[in-house]
Design a protein around this ligand. Structure first.
Ligand code: G3P
Length: 220
């Protein structure tokens, strides 16, 4: 499973990239607004830090402007994945950009039928938002399972399932059990993935016992 980080905060990205665990980045207009920085500058900077796909979202809603925006974003770096919303104009734009050889991430997917459209439009990634479905008492993870089943039925569907709107470590583990290709995870949740109280307790005990031996590996 690939790990993308869901943020436009360049310092966070730099820190997480140094762990060697990061395969890509996703941003959206809300995350860019939160960063308080110029959009294109931020995307260029992120693309220099991370080799993998970096999602940058168009903000127009009509096909022709979306396409112009998408082409401009794609020119920023070879690893930009243009993000388009799952609308008729968005999917038309997805097809045009995919035909140009540009990676497209179709975002705001909330149903299995929408995921079929994204695959047929040639999306490199489809982004089902599981947390937002859970928020309205729907089954976010069930959507991931449905999409996995559908995509596995058709060899010609090459779209990767990019699980978005992740809120907890359990979301990541459950999505991996289903076989989702990518999880885009907020920085705070990536840090939570490391945590287990028995890891801390076990390490404390090992270190206390080791200290009693008076030994040092480097001095041996
Ligand atoms: O990047 C899209 C997605 O991950 C948004 O998450 O928490 O705003 O629903 P959230």
């Amino acid at each position: 499973m690939k790990f993308f980080v869901d943020t436009a905060d360049v310092d966070e990205i730099r820190e997480l990239a140094a762990t060697g665990l990061l395969d890509g980045v996703t941003t959206n207009p809300s995350l860019v607004a939160k960063s308080g920085r110029p959009f294109l500058e931020v995307i260029r900077e992120i693309c220099e830090i991370v080799d993998g796909p970096v999602s940058a979202e168009v903000t127009a809603t009509d096909h022709s402007t979306m396409l112009s925006e998408g082409r401009k974003l794609a020119q920023l770096a070879g690893n930009v994945a243009v993000k388009v919303p799952l609308t008729p104009d968005g999917l038309k734009t997805c097809r045009a950009l995919a035909d140009d050889g540009v990676m497209v991430n179709v975002t705001l997917c909330f149903s299995p039928s929408q995921s079929i459209l994204a695959a047929k439009a040639g999306a490199a990634f489809v982004s089902p938002f599981i947390g937002r479905l859970d928020d309205i008492s729907r089954d976010g993870m069930g959507l991931i399972a449905d999409i996995r089943m559908i995509y596995d039925n058709y060899e010609e569907f090459a779209t990767e399932i990019l699980v978005a709107s992740i809120r907890s470590p359990n979301h990541v583990a459950e999505a991996a059990k289903i076989g989702a290709d990518v999880a885009t995870i907020p920085p705070g949740v990536i840090r939570q993935l490391f945590n287990h109280p028995l890891t801390d307790k076990g390490l404390d005990a090992f270190l206390a016992d080791w200290a009693r031996t008076g030994q040092s590996i480097l001095d041996a």
